[in-house]
Design a binder for this molecule. Structure first.
Ligand code: SAH
Length: 207
């Protein structure tokens, strides 16, 4: 039943058929806490443990569309959370490495990714604002936590021609922005107002 795909995604302007097919294939219910399974396809973000959230399906689809992946890329996903966005990215890219600062969430995401048919996604525990230098450059970087500016390490790990999609702003309001790394500097691809949890760097509070 793909009604929700039309209602929540297509009608709002998601038009990349690869993204729509990926959203249809990934079982969102596997990434949602058991108590919230009935709401797996609701048009909203849902709560995870540790005060974190699994992003609204539309926001995941928009992020993927803005990344403009052709399937050949190695992708970095910052802020694994439930692992849902990583699974959708795994449908669209050659490989995905995802990084989460909260070890319990990373563990839960690993097992959900296995259940959902994406055991190949590598889940790393660490500070995603520093990226994963050992595996750079990335053909795309998706960030699921807001920051006031593009973390320099992430920009440095983006391949030329690759895009980073991230929510830029403070805790109240952010814009989901897509920046392509070109030889001449960043090229801007579009944005919309969104709301994400903050990107916590270093030994911040929030556990
Ligand atoms: N993509 C996720 C959304 C998770 S919400 C999903 O589909 O479910 C954002 C996540 O970013 C939270 O789990 C939070 O713990 C994590 N996060 C915040 N700052 C981080 C950082 N510096 N490094 C890694 N993860 C971070």
């Amino acid at each position: 039943m793909a009604d929700w795909i039309d209602r929540q995604l297509r009608r709002r302007g998601i038009s990349d058929e690869r993204v729509l097919a990926a959203m249809r294939r990934v079982p969102r219910e596997r990434f949602v806490p058991p108590t919230q399974r009935a709401h797996a396809h609701d048009d909203t973000a849902l709560s995870l443990a540790h005060g974190q959230t699994i992003s609204q399906p539309y926001v995941v689809a928009l992020t993927c569309e803005l990344l403009a992946l052709d399937g050949s890329e190695r992708v970095l996903d910052v802020g694994t959370g439930s692992g849902y966005a990583a699974a959708v990215l795994a449908e669209l890219a050659a490989s995905v490495v995802t990084i989460e600062r909260i070890p319990e969430l990373a563990r839960g995401a690993s097992s959900a990714l296995r259940d959902a048919g994406h055991p190949e996604v590598e889940v790393i525990v660490g500070d995603g604002s520093l990226g994963v230098p050992a595996q750079a450059p990335f053909g795309g970087i998706a960030v699921a936590a807001a920051s006031p500016r593009v973390p320099p390490a992430l920009w440095a790990q983006l391949a030329t021609g690759g895009r980073i999609v991230l929510p830029l702003g403070d805790e109240h309001e952010q814009r989901l922005v897509a920046l392509e790394r070109t030889a001449g500097g960043p090229r801007y691809h579009g944005s919309t107002t969104v709301r994400f949890v903050p990107l916590v760097s270093g030994e911040g509070p929030g556990r």
